[in-house]
Ligand binder design. Structure first.
Ligand SMILES: [Zn+2]
Length: 386
């Protein structure tokens, strides 16, 4: 048996590594199992936005597989998008899962990928082998989801996709085991990408049965254009594997909001930023004041945490000031550890501050089309609860 992994054959202008892999498997023509679509470190350089790699377990010997794959390497390079740096890896067994965890949580160099078991690499010198190796190393035993990726007929690629909004809404109702089908706030389908790639749509869900049945129903309902085949992948999407902990901290500065809507602040655990695309996360950050205790989920990149989910745990009083004295004057601080005191009549107050109390908030997240593929929706996983 042999594991085959592939990464980086696409570009922002077209192509799709998952489609290339499906075609490669068809050309090799051997039985395989456990095809997987694995998303990796979102800030990796020179990567398309989704940063996805793919792999599958081939049911032939390592030596047979080496020969077959070798025969297709030139074909694969010729078909890859200009500017991409394809990487393909073949292994006799799965390597240590640590290779996956590093590649999903941090920046990794190709030279750091140590693979101690029998393997073969095909590379054009780029970073493709990192993703290809990580996709093989992924186990997904702790958590995984499924995606049924459906491909477009060659002649349709580049034209507007025909996937009925009404059919997507009905599919969403009928198959509660699927998720991220549509944005209920905008009544807009999310399953079809908008880039000029060969993917027609992708249906995500909790089980293989869910994503298969939903696609069969959608196809039978006539709610989509003719397709050129599909592949059901096990994936790490919506599992939060890129996050290693929830951080709780006290806000130290008044948030700064730029003209483009991006908001940032300093906390006791570092700087935080939420771009305007962050929706409710951005709105909540803008409302914070020094003294608020917050929790967040996010990635630290270039010195700031990029917030993916945010919660106001313990709000500070809004418009905070010293209490008023019976005589009408505003009391003043009488020094550290002392009760506020009226400078006019000397009266002291038991209450240190008065102001407007606001409620703590639940977790908030960006709109569904603004979340990372890796991010677990709040409907699937509340941070801190497995
Ligand atoms: Zn007074």
């Amino acid at each position: 048996m042999a594991w085959l992994g592939l990464d980086d054959t696409d570009s922002l202008d077209g192509g799709c590594t998952t489609e290339m892999f499906v075609k490669l498997l068809a050309r090799i023509g051997v039985e395989f199992e456990d095809p997987r679509l694995v998303r990796l470190w979102p800030f990796a350089e020179n990567r398309t936005r989704g940063n996805a790699a793919v792999a599958a377990h081939l049911k032939i010997s390592f030596n047979e597989a080496t020969k077959l794959v070798e025969e297709h390497w030139n074909w694969l390079c010729e078909r890859s998008e200009p500017g991409s740096t394809p990487g393909m890896v073949l292994m006799e067994e799965q390597p240590d899962e640590a290779l996956y965890w590093n590649a999903v949580r941090m920046h990794v160099e190709s030279s750091e990928m140590e693979i101690p078991i029998p393997h073969r690499l095909w590379s054009t010198g780029g970073t493709g082998v990192i993703g290809a190796t990580a996709a093989i190393a992924w186990r997904g035993n702790h958590d995984h989801t499924w995606e049924n990726t459906v491909y477009r007929c060659e002649e349709n690629i580049g034209t507007p996709r025909r996937v009925d909004e009404i059919s997507i809404a009905e599919m969403d109702e009928r198959f509660p085991g699927t998720f991220l089908n549509r944005d209920p706030r905008k009544s807009k389908g999310l399953i079809a990408p908008r880039s000029p790639c060969p993917v027609l749509l992708g249906i995500r869900g909790e089980t293989e049965t869910d994503v298969r049945a939903a696609f069969e129903w959608l196809k039978d309902s006539g709610g989509m254009e003719e397709d050129a085949g599909n592949m059901v992948w096990r994936t790490n999407q919506a599992c939060d594997d890129h996050i290693d902990s929830i951080i709780t901290a006290t806000v130290e500065t008044t948030p700064v909001v730029r003209t483009n809507g991006h908001a940032s602040a300093t906390t006791s655990r570092g700087d935080i930023v939420a771009f305007s695309e962050g929706g409710d996360v951005n709105k909540l950050l803008q409302r914070l004041i020094p003294g608020d205790v917050i929790s967040w989920v996010g990635l630290n990149h270039l010195g700031s945490y990029h917030l993916e989910r945010l919660r106001l745990v313990q709000p500070e009083l809004r418009s905070r000031q010293r209490p008023k004295c019976d005589c009408g004057k505003r009391m003043k601080s009488a020094g550290k550890g002392q009760s506020p005191r009226c400078t006019s009549c000397g009266l002291q107050s038991d209450v240190e501050w008065v102001g407007e109390k606001i409620e703590a908030s639940e977790w908030v997240e960006p709109a569904p089309d603004r979340r990372r593929h890796l991010a677990a929706p709040l409907t699937r996983k509340i941070p801190g609860f497995e």
